[in-house]
Design a protein. Structure first.
Length: 579
């Protein structure tokens, strides 16, 4: 096996393999690289010693059996016996389902999650989006504090467990997307700095020094990150990647890192002969994120659309604090604007930010499928003080908006049955000082917003994670089963009727009347009543009811009587009346 590592500042590099130490030689063809060919079987433990120091895990480790601080282990990716031939599943037409392996089931493993894949297939989603899987300290965590960017968290099942999960998902015709974090590494278990300039103090982020994308040595750092991304797609047969907080990737070079990554993924797509895609999380509201590289864009396939979430959340909950302020002030008109313009803050004034924000979308040219629309995500649930979710009543209306929108829909695990379990912030740091600091920081953060510190769950308490695990007995209970059937019906209707998945923003119209919203999608009319009182919504043509929740009534006029917090999908039957 070839052992190789980039350590440009080292005078001597050795590798420890199964207890035996061997010196590495400099690679004459690559500056700063060291290598040696040594016998090693899959599972062999190894680490690199820099200038006589202690053994450190391989920066490109494929497996960390004992966690981020332990030795690395050899992995033979070619040895896995894939059972399902997979042609790939592209993003257009997708319905994504975001899940966290550690709380999707009580067991918190890939194998336990496999047992629940039939539920997702029956629901009708097309892709599973896994939250980050790189190793992090302890057993339980969100995954955004991961290190060892080429490896899989061992308590979930390690590399073999992930491959079993992906193969099983493909067997249910489900694509698999992985959330990857390139903008920072966790505060514990990060052993990259001794090897080279992986970080730079030229730029600073909320997590400290920035990942080095443009300072000296950044060529190798960019290759490191791109190599990791390609490995996930190639070695684990993933269909796409979600890129965390790309606005925090500070890069002043002429060719942005994201453009370089998109080019590399396009090359891998051609080599593998199957579709691959990249979805960015960005709060910039900049359509250039997904514009083609030939047109001066970064070339990502899609980006998360928090404006849609904020507009829907404010409309169904009435909340107006923080970044919901602008959306709550606009009422249902905020939802209408996002549906027809792509963003709410499309270069307009944002009172929350105190400045103009974003760039307008050319609705005649930009496909809505390049924006992901959702009512809940791990961020928007887990970053609430107690991790509380939308209620089933709120989700009924929200689901109608998400699943008939021109955007690529995404659901958050358990949403489809109105899970009563919260989803809270939890960590599992072994360093007592770091653990205490995280607990204090979390409670002080929310105390500043009016929460009593004792009401904010302790992230380090194992009970916080346990409370956040889904209760799979709930979908069989009547109060949850009815909402689940609503989600299934909406998804089936979207997949059966092209008008309800039409990604063209300039063909959709949205009309606001009081606290009601009427959306026209081809022959379909999607009606939502955000009020606590019933509402009469006039129609421009006779219609038939396709779906509604709760029960609605057609009236002369024509019109429809929507119950409080109700939603309906209608189909026009005749000629359109004059407005």
């Amino acid at each position: 096996m070839l052992f190789e590592v980039w350590a440009p500042g080292a005078r001597q590099v050795e590798v420890l393999v199964d207890g035996r130490t061997q010196a590495l030689g400099r690679d004459p063809a690559r500056s700063g690289w060291w290598h040696a060919e040594l016998p090693a079987e899959p599972g062999a433990r190894y680490g690199y010693l820099l200038d006589g120091g202690p053994p450190l895990p391989d920066p490109r480790s494929r497996r960390q059996p004992d966690g981020p601080d332990g030795l690395s282990a050899v992995v033979d990716h070619d040895a896995f016996d894939w059972q399902v031939p997979w042609p790939g599943r592209a993003l257009p037409g997708a319905i994504l389902y975001e899940l966290h392996v550690g709380t999707f089931t009580a067991e918190g493993t890939f194998d336990a999650a496999i047992e629940r894949l039939p539920h997702l297939a029956r629901l009708g989603v097309t892709h599973v989006e896994l939250m980050p899987l790189c190793p992090f300290p302890g057993v339980n965590g969100w995954g955004y504090e991961g290190v060892s960017l080429w490896a899989v968290h061992e308590p979930y099942g390690g590399p073999e467990g992930l491959k079993r999960f992906v193969d099983a998902a493909h067997g249910h015709s489900l694509g698999v997307v992985l959330d990857v974090v390139h903008n920072h590494l966790g505060p514990s278990g990060n052993h990259l700095p001794p090897f080279g300039p992986y970080f730079t103090d030229r730029h600073h982020t909320p997590w400290g020094d920035a990942v080095n994308l443009d300072a000296p040595g950044s060529d190798e750092v960019r290759d490191f990150l791109i190599g990791s991304a390609l490995s996930w797609l190639r070695d684990y047969r993933l269909d796409g990647l979600r890129l965390d907080a790309v606005h925090a990737l500070v890069d002043t070079r002429a060719v942005h890192f994201l453009e370089e990554l998109a080019t590399a993924v396009q090359g891998l797509c051609a080599a593998l002969g199957r579709p691959l895609f990249l979805v960015g999380e960005s709060d910039l509201n900049d359509p250039r994120t997904t514009a083609p590289r030939e047109a001066g864009g970064l070339g990502l396939d899609a980006q998360w659309n928090d404006d849609f979430h904020h507009a829907v959340h404010a409309a169904v909950t009435g909340e107006a604090q923080g970044y919901y302020a602008d959306f709550a002030a606009a009422g249902p008109s905020a939802v209408a604007k996002v549906l027809t313009h792509g963003f709410f803050h499309d270069g307009s004034w944002s009172s929350f930010r105190g400045r103009h924000h974003g760039r307008p979308v050319d609705t005649s040219a930009v496909s809505g499928q390049r924006l992901l629309g959702y009512a809940q995500t791990h961020d928007q649930v887990g970053n609430r003080a107690t991790g509380d979710r939308l209620t089933p009543a709120q989700l009924g209306a929200a689901a109608a908006l998400v699943l008939t929108s021109p955007f690529t829909p995404m659901l958050f695990m358990g949403e489809e049955w109105g899970a009563a379990t919260p989803w809270q912030f939890f960590t599992d740091h072994g360093d007592p000082e770091l653990a205490a600091a995280i607990t204090r920081g979390r409670r002080r953060e929310f105390a500043a917003h009016g929460w009593a510190e004792e009401d904010v769950p302790d992230p380090q308490d194992p009970a916080t994670r346990d409370r956040s695990a889904l209760d799979w007995a709930e979908p069989d209970k009547a109060e949850h089963r009815e909402l689940l059937e609503w989600y299934r019906a909406l998804i089936a209707l979207r997949r059966a009727e092209p008008a309800l998945s039409d990604p063209r923003l300039d063909t959709l119209t949205a009309t606001v009347g009081g606290r009601t919203l009427r959306i026209a999608r081809g022959p379909f009319r999607v009606l939502v009543n955000f009020s606590d009182a019933p509402a009469r919504v006039p129609l421009t043509a006779p219609c038939e009811v396709v779906l509604c929740r709760p029960e609605c009534a057609l009236l002369p006029g024509p019109a429809v009587q929507l119950p409080a917090r109700g939603a309906a999908v209608l189909r026009e039957l005749g000629d359109t009346l004059a407005e």
